[in-house]
Design a protein around this ligand. Structure first.
Ligand SMILES: Nc1ncnc2c1ncn2[C@@H]1O[C@H](COP(=O)(O)OP(=O)(O)OP(=O)(O)O)[C@@H](O)[C@H]1O
Ligand SMILES: O=C(O)C(=O)C[C@H](O)[C@H](O)CO
Length: 322
């Protein structure tokens, strides 16, 4: 049985090997990426039992995704195959300021997930179920699945698995535009037990940039973690605010850092650590993601994370990962 089950779409990622624009590239490399399976991989890399639940096509891309996730130690035994629809694909396009993404995922197998998936035993037996706002955006049936997992718990909330939600606003995917995204993501976040949100993301969606105001908007129920890139992350849990500065890190590519952060924090939850250690594990995992072009980073060994967790606050603030 997995400690954590993640539900969402995973795609094959086609990326250029250097910083030239996609249109000028002769050769692309193939890897995999998906916000929720990125979390599962990082959690497995930190030594926990992680599973990923989704739908894939019956195609070579699906086989690649299953092979890579299995190699990372993620349980994919509950993944469904849809013989009639393809696995999603996305391309990375390097730019001077940031990497743009071009999605080919409309009508993919994963978009056909729906609320019936919420009845799967794996989702009742795990300690944590992790989902994200990406899934809410990819189709109406996926949006209903997230509503069932989060809002549909009603009185049983607190008795089943902890439900973790990363807001992960992807503007390109929302059919109803920003107003639709803002309304739907707010309702889902308020119903979660743990919410991850970027400060910029909260400002863009809800016009709220102060971490305390974001926590008040999403509260009172969930633990809220507000991430602020190179500055740090603040958690609001049971009325207590905890801030941990980020680790100074050379950024090769930021894609996947938020997912790795969530995995690090959730590893801390599974290990019954305090808020400071949870946030530190989040930063350590995110730093590993920032240093690679892959969406799915290799996690630091636990001997190294233990060394960082043992530092006092001043020593932590002065450290940069090797
Ligand atoms: N420049 C940076 N230096 C050090 N750490 C960083 C930097 N940028 C991001 N991080 C780390 O990555 C985490 C996530 O980054 P960010 O605050 O940008 O979240 P996000 O925008 O939600 O991420 P994502 O777009 O991947 O979902 C931060 O909490 C921090 O640990
Ligand atoms: O953008 C998406 O929908 C993805 O899931 C691909 C990336 O791996 C993800 O965004 C990183 O957070």
């Amino acid at each position: 049985m997995a400690d954590l089950v993640c539900v969402g779409e995973t795609m094959v990622v086609l990326s250029p090997p250097d910083a030239r624009p996609l249109a000028e590239q002769p050769v692309l490399t193939m890897a995999i990426g998906g916000a929720e399976s990125n979390v599962a991989c990082a959690l497995a890399g930190l030594g926990h039992r992680a599973a990923w639940l989704s739908r894939l096509g019956d195609d070579p891309f699906a086989r690649r995704i299953l092979a890579e996730l299995t190699a990372r130690g993620v349980d994919v035994s509950a993944v469904e195959t849809d013989p009639d629809r393809p696995t999603g694909v996305y391309f990375k396009d390097p730019g001077p300021d940031h990497t743009r993404t071009h999605y080919y995922r409309a009508g993919s197998a994963a978009t056909r997930m729906g609320p019936e998936l919420a009845r799967r035993p794996a989702l009742r037996e795990a300690r944590i179920v992790h989902v994200s706002g990406v899934a809410a955006a990819i189709s109406d049936s996926c949006a209903r699945l997230l509503e069932t997992l989060l809002l549909g718990r009603g009185d049983s909330a607190g008795r089943g698995p902890v439900v973790s939600f990363d807001v992960n606003h992807r503007p390109a995917l929302w059919r109803g535009g920003k107003a639709d995204a803002a309304r739907s993501l707010l309702a889902l976040a308020r119903a979660a037990d743990i919410v991850f949100v970027g400060r910029d993301e909260a400002e863009e969606l809800w016009g709220t940039a102060r971490p305390a105001d974001i926590a008040a908007l999403l509260g009172p129920a969930p633990v809220v973690i507000v991430k602020d890139a190179e500055h740090g992350a603040t958690s609001f849990a049971d009325g207590v605010r905890t801030f941990v500065p980020s680790l100074p890190t050379k950024v090769v590519e930021p894609v996947g850092a938020g997912d790795a952060f969530a995995a690090g924090y959730l590893a801390g939850v599974l290990e019954n650590r305090n808020e400071r250690s949870r946030l530190r594990l989040g930063h350590l995992a995110a730093a590993a993601a920032l240093r690679t072009r892959d969406d799915v980073p290799v996690m630091p060994p636990r001997t190294e994370t233990d060394r960082y967790l043992a530092l006092d606050n001043d020593a932590w603030a002065a450290m940069a990962p090797q």
